[in-house]
Design a binder for this molecule. Structure first.
Ligand SMILES: Cc1cc2nc3c(=O)[nH]c(=O)nc-3n(C[C@H](O)[C@H](O)[C@H](O)COP(=O)(O)OP(=O)(O)OC[C@H]3O[C@@H](n4cnc5c(N)ncnc54)[C@H](O)[C@@H]3O)c2cc1C
Length: 226
């Protein structure tokens, strides 16, 4: 069994300093105000304009954008990701992928629960021995699930039937494409303290990176413990 860390990869190229992305929104948004004459080459007018849009809740203009992110997470978290309706998805299939094959190392892959435990607002204060015991229980459950999956495949079950015994912790890859407005909704909900710890594990660093790489768009999203 392969135990992996959760993570993400931004698939959409982002220009140096994120200025091209802001200029694109500015070009479109200024149609509303007929203020195209105020556009400057250095991107400063774009920064001011997009800030004004967000301050005035004129977020429809920032829908003229796209961002694709490939997540590595467990299937519990991917189930939460796909609840975001204004987004498009592509996810690793447990119907077509057969983890008993050499290509997948004849093993299942799971996302390490320890990082989720450490971000859980209650459990992070537990004594180390107790966390060790809980983690060991999880580990045994993962090993059992893998054993039964492999046995079912060995007996002739198709992957789409054998997947029934795969746990929520099973690693998945899922790509989400959405516009900036939807990503803003996503970050507000999914980086908050009450979001699932394993969701915060991927959403918080992603938001933080985007705040650094694209000015203005995500600046007002406050990240607890970032
Ligand atoms: C802490 C937390 C706990 C949760 N617990 C549960 C739970 O126990 N059970 C459960 O089922 N779900 C739960 N969810 C998921 C939640 O119900 C939403 O499905 C998910 O957060 C997506 O949010 P959204 O619908 O606002 O956003 P999106 O689907 O991403 O949509 C973005 C925005 O578009 C607008 N929008 C989208 N569709 C419509 C529409 N049909 N009509 C009007 N406006 C629309 C809304 O403004 C919405 O905020 C939880 C989410 C969080 C963050």
């Amino acid at each position: 069994m392969n135990i992996l860390k959760a993570g993400y990869e931004i698939l959409t190229p982002i220009s140096n300093g994120g200025i091209d992305e802001l200029k694109h929104i500015e070009r479109i948004g200024r149609v509303c105000y007929k203020s195209e004459d105020k556009i400057t080459d250095d991107g400063e007018s774009a920064k001011r304009f997009v800030k004004m849009l967000i301050n005035n809740h004129h977020e429809a203009m920032i829908e003229h954008s796209t961002l694709s992110v490939l997540f590595t997470c467990d299937r519990g978290i991917s189930h939460e990701l796909v609840r975001h309706r204004i987004a498009s998805f592509a996810q690793e299939s447990t119907r077509y992928v057969n983890y008993a094959k050499n290509k997948f190392g004849n093993e299942i892959a799971v996302i390490d629960l320890i990082d989720g435990i450490n971000l859980d607002t209650k459990m992070k204060n537990f004594d180390g021995d107790l966390i060790g015991e809980i983690y060991t229980e999880w580990l045994h459950a993962m090993e059992d699930a893998e054993k039964h999956y492999m046995n079912m495949i060995e007996l002739g079950a198709t992957p789409q039937i054998a997947r029934s015994v795969l746990p929520n912790s099973t690693k998945t890859n899922i790509t989400i494409t959405a516009n900036y407005r939807e990503w803003r909704t996503f970050f507000k909900l999914r980086t908050a303290q009450d979001a699932h710890p394993q969701m915060r594990e991927v959403a918080t660093p992603l938001c933080k990176e985007l705040q650094q790489r694209i000015p203005i768009i995500f600046d007002d999203i406050e990240l607890p413990n970032a």
